[in-house]
Ligand binder design. Structure first.
Ligand code: NDP
Length: 500
């Protein structure tokens, strides 16, 4: 048998024992000089880092993105430069509200984040499994998240807080409808779509800009659990997604998604009845059909979950030349808040960690020092620590700047009155559901809203009434009769429910 490697201290010195504390006599007290014991205990105390404020429970994998269709008319980003081009990807999927030990199959929106290690630096697509979100203004984000977390006194999740907030925030009804629909509990991360949700932009080599939406459609089919099935699963395992994802990849059954974009010419943005930069809206497929781009295949389990997935830091601020932002107010807020969350959770130099460091491009910047500055600048000249300099330090490249964007309007705080435009798309979604889907949604509401006060219930029914009177009546009836038994509703297949 091969000789095992020698155990060392973190400073590399050989260790004499990893079992017996140095003591004064066989029964005597421990000696403080046994620094290796102190070191071991001190390290154990520091094994946890703060969990993410949102999206704490997650599952991830590594894989490959392959371009299958030419979109160079829309984007000059190197990642899309050639059909057949492949780029390494890191993914992390998550629930939003639960803590890092939460059960996987809870009703919640799922995060769907991708880090593309392109040759022009990392591009992060930090999306969800829903094409819209609960709020459209960054001011509302901390309040919304607070309603999803524990009540300060009871330390319990609070349906009262959730529906109170949503009722005062009717723009939420689109996302709440999806959450309460079959898609609220995916069977696994492999069985759900991913959406960039925000409007982003792309520009081509001629400087022509389009606004774009990103879609990643699962090739495994969308499959969902009912509340009843998910409760049974949670009774037997809280780690259903981790088990299934890990085993699928381990056995060579690699999950795949087809990537599409929707593209809107820059000048069309002002012509829509709805605001195309409003995160509570989709772009209708008929008006902006899906344009196929490529295939995402997740084919590798990380060697070390903590190193690659817990340390993964996705931020919508990570874009590359050819992909840009839009005036979406929530996106603008997330550009700051995601990178800042990582600086707090992981440290100033989080982007130098293995999960986050670019793999296929060089990092050349002048950020200096700070905690955990364990790397030097790549350009190798210690005299070039400021800019401009007479040395061979890196310089900015004006050729990658995005085309100018014309902005009109007076600086102000624009309050959007409660308007029918917020109910049009949820209405369309509601009308798409067949009777059985509607019945299941009503019962999911009954399970979720049962504990709410009458005043909150009435205010939420009033919101639903504006979407569709049948929607309000269906939910009200289910809540009043506390009818939560979805298994009484006919479904084509009991477990799971497939919607396409
Ligand atoms: P379409 O009929 O072309 O699109 C309907 C889409 O609804 C489907 O393609 C599917 O999206 C999605 N869908 C089906 N079941 C559910 C569900 N339980 N929860 C959420 N989405 C579901 O019409 P439109 O493009 O005009 O959209 C109509 C409504 O569909 C929208 O108001 C919106 O609520 C919803 N929707 C629209 C999307 C879009 O990007 N246009 C994306 C997702 C939902 P998918 O193919 O992405 O699975």
């Amino acid at each position: 048998m091969a000789k095992k490697p020698q155990l060392t201290t973190s400073a590399g010195a050989p260790v004499a024992s990893n079992e017996t504390t140095k003591t004064a006599g066989p029964r005597g007290p421990a000696l403080l000089q046994d620094y290796q014991l102190l070191e071991k205990l001190a390290h154990q105390n520091r094994e946890r880092i703060p969990e993410r404020v949102v999206h704490a429970k997650g599952w991830g994998a590594q894989g490959t993105f392959t371009v299958t269709h030419d979109i160079t008319d829309y984007s000059c980003a190197d990642i899309f430069s050639q059909v057949g081009k492949q780029t390494e990807v890191l993914s992390r999927w998550s629930t939003v509200a639960g803590e890092s030990g939460a059960a996987d199959t809870e009703r919640d929106v799922r995060g769907f984040s991708l880090k593309f290690y392109t040759e022009q630096g990392n591009w992060d697509m930090v999306g969800n499994n829903t094409p819209v979100f609960f709020v459209r203004d960054g001011y509302k984000f901390p309040d919304f998240i607070r309603t999803q977390k524990r009540h300060p006194k009871t330390n319990l999740r609070s349906p009262e807080a959730m529906f109170d907030f949503w009722a005062g925030q009717p723009e939420s009804v689109h996302q709440v409808t999806i959450l309460m629909s079959d898609r609220g509990i995916p069977v696994s991360p492999m069985h759900m779509n991913g959406y960039g949700s925000h409007t982003f932009s792309m520009w081509n080599k001629d400087g022509k800009r389009h606004w774009v939406k990103f879609h990643f459609k699962t090739q495994q089919g969308i499959k969902n659990y009912t509340n009843e099935t998910s409760e049974k699963i949670i009774g037997s395992t809280r780690e259903k997604y981790q088990e299934e994802l890990y085993n699928a990849i381990d056995e060579g059954n690699f999950p795949k998604w087809t990537m599409y974009i929707q593209a809107m010419p820059e000048e069309d943005a002002g012509k829509q009845a709805f605001n195309p930069f409003d995160l509570t809206k989709v772009w209708p497929h008929d008006d902006y059909p899906l344009i196929q781009v490529g295939e995402l295949e997740m084919n590798q389990n990380p060697e070390n979950y903590f190193q690659m997935i817990e340390n993964a830091a996705f931020s919508p601020s990570n874009v590359v030349p050819g992909i840009g932002f839009s005036p979406d107010k929530m996106l603008q807020a997330r550009i700051f808040s995601y990178a800042d969350a990582h600086r707090y959770r992981l440290g100033t130099h989080y982007e130098a960690l293995p999960a986050n460091a670019p793999k296929n491009s060089k990092v050349n910047h002048y950020h200096k020092d700070g905690a955990m500055r364990f790397f030097t600048n790549d350009f190798g000249n210690p005299d070039a620590y400021y800019e401009p300099n007479q040395h061979e330090g890196p310089v900015a490249d004006f050729s990658v700047k995005e085309p100018p964007l014309r902005i009109d309007g007076d600086a102000d705080r624009y309050y959007q009155e409660d308007a029918d435009v917020d109910y049009v798309q949820p209405r369309k979604l509601y009308e798409m559901f067949d009777d059985a889907q509607k019945e299941r949604m009503y019962k999911n509401y009954a399970a979720a809203m049962g504990p709410c006060s009458d005043s909150v219930k009435e205010r939420w029914y009033a919101v639903l009434e504006k979407v569709h009177p049948d929607y309000a009546a269906g939910v009200k009836h289910a809540v009043e009769t506390l009818d939560t038994d979805v298994n009484t509703v006919p479904i084509t297949e009991n477990t799971p429910i497939e919607d396409n």
